[in-house]
Design a protein around this ligand. Structure first.
Ligand SMILES: Nc1nc2c(ncn2[C@@H]2O[C@H](COP(=O)(O)OP(=O)(O)O)[C@@H](O)[C@H]2O)c(=O)[nH]1
Ligand SMILES: [Mg+2]
Length: 366
């Protein structure tokens, strides 16, 4: 028997998609009839046993493989790992939940094979494409806003830059793999923002369907995460996404602090010192939990580690406050402009808090 190597690797990131896999494979098999293809299901250790089930499919159909990743979460990271595992000339990325229309896969592949394009995107915002069925009104509005910002920032006119359905030459990802951000959700925008030279992109419209089984994992966090990605790409990687998220959470913390302070000082018999102390502790605590949930969700602390992390976070922030006051006063000493001193101090404090809590609290180097 001669075994032909696949022309296309289809990467399917999954988290709790066991109930969708069988149907997905059936549909892809029909859509790609006559082609030599393989499917790599990249599962982040889903509690519903997706990986186990995927491997049971591989035992009867060796075109299907599964990478089970443990102690890691991240849609982009899963896609990157899947793409890097391929040796085919072309790779595609598609959801497991039947929202993406598999019947356009051969057309996408043909366009790449023709040599006219490097990247073909399944687009919901193009003639012949629609997102009505698969989107709630709020999601649709949010998605359109994100697309507008991204197109402007990345200087591209791609209609559906947040699409999770696309196909491209594998060597393009190989070239930028080290610059891609595994913690994000929007791998396509990341790839487009990371490629230095011109990229020949085409879009194929399709109707975005409702999800078959299970539920969506994307929420508000994703929108803010996406903003971080865009700032990172626009500053050419100077500002890490995590720092941007940390700073957004920090700003929110300032709001919490002021709201509580305002409330407490209005109480009778309440000293400023006590009010300020309580407001500081509450703001630090909320920031810690939001950062744990959001900024560091891939390194989320639980149980005893959560408590230890909180104590470390208090310590880091207290020293950060000292750095803030020290640097602020020092700068003020030279130029006597209160807000320059204040801003420099705040910036110093946040860089300190970010750097030290990354290393000490969540034990991350980025
Ligand atoms: N490996 C992996 N896959 C994920 C993760 N989050 C979402 N997915 C998968 O990525 C695809 C898109 O996610 P989904 O929740 O459907 O997003 P939506 O279509 O925008 O609502 C689905 O196949 C999910 O199972 C993750 O953290 N890790
Ligand atoms: Mg989906």
């Amino acid at each position: 028997m001669t075994v032909q190597s696949p022309i296309l690797t289809l990467v399917i990131p999954t988290y709790n998609e066991r109930l969708n896999l069988e149907e997905l494979v059936r549909r892809v098999d029909i859509a790609l009839q006559g082609l030599v293809w393989e499917m790599v299901i990249v599962d982040d250790d889903s509690p519903d046993g997706t990986a186990e089930f995927a491997k049971s499919i591989s035992r009867r159909d060796p075109r299907i493989r599964c990478i089970r990743r443990v102690n890691r979460r991240g849609l982009s990271g899963a896609c990157i790992d899947g793409i890097l595992s391929s040796s085919a000339p072309f790779v595609g990325v598609m959801d497991a939940d039947m929202q993406h229309d598999e019947s356009i896969l051969p057309r996408m592949l043909e366009q790449l094979q023709s040599g006219h394009y490097d990247l073909v995107i399944g687009s919901r915002h193009l003639d012949g494409g629609s997102a009505q069925e698969g989107f709630s009104a709020r999601r649709a509005a949010l998605s359109l806003l994100a697309i507008k910002i991204a197109r402007w920032a990345l200087n591209t006119n791609v209609a559906d830059i947040t699409s999770g359905f696309f196909m491209l030459r594998r060597d393009i990802v190989d070239g930028v793999a080290r610059e891609l951000l595994p913690s994000g959700f929007k791998i396509l925008a990341d790839i487009i923002g990371s490629v230095k030279g011109p990229l020949r992109i085409n879009e194929v419209g399709y109707v975005f369907r409702g999800r078959m089984a299970g539920e969506s994992k994307l929420d508000m966090k994703v929108a803010i995460d996406f903003l971080g990605l865009i700032v990172n790409k626009v500053t050419r990687g100077l500002l890490p996404v995590r720092f941007i998220l940390f700073a957004i959470v920090g700003l929110f913390g300032v709001g919490v602090h002021l709201a509580i302070l305002g409330l407490l000082v209005s109480l009778p018999d309440m000293s400023f010192l006590l009010s300020q102390t309580i407001a500081t502790v509450v703001a630090m605590t909320t920031n810690f939990f939001i950062n744990n949930e959001f900024t560091y969700r891939d390194a989320k602390l639980r149980g005893v580690a959560l408590l230890k992390g909180l104590l470390f976070f208090y310590a880091v922030c207290s020293l950060g406050a000292l750095a803030n006051v020290g640097v602020g006063t020092w700068i003020y000493h030279f130029n006597r402009v209160w807000w320059i001193g204040g801003l420099s101090g705040a910036l110093m404090g946040s860089v300190w808090n970010y750097a030290l809590s990354s290393i000490l609290v969540w034990r991350r180097g980025d």
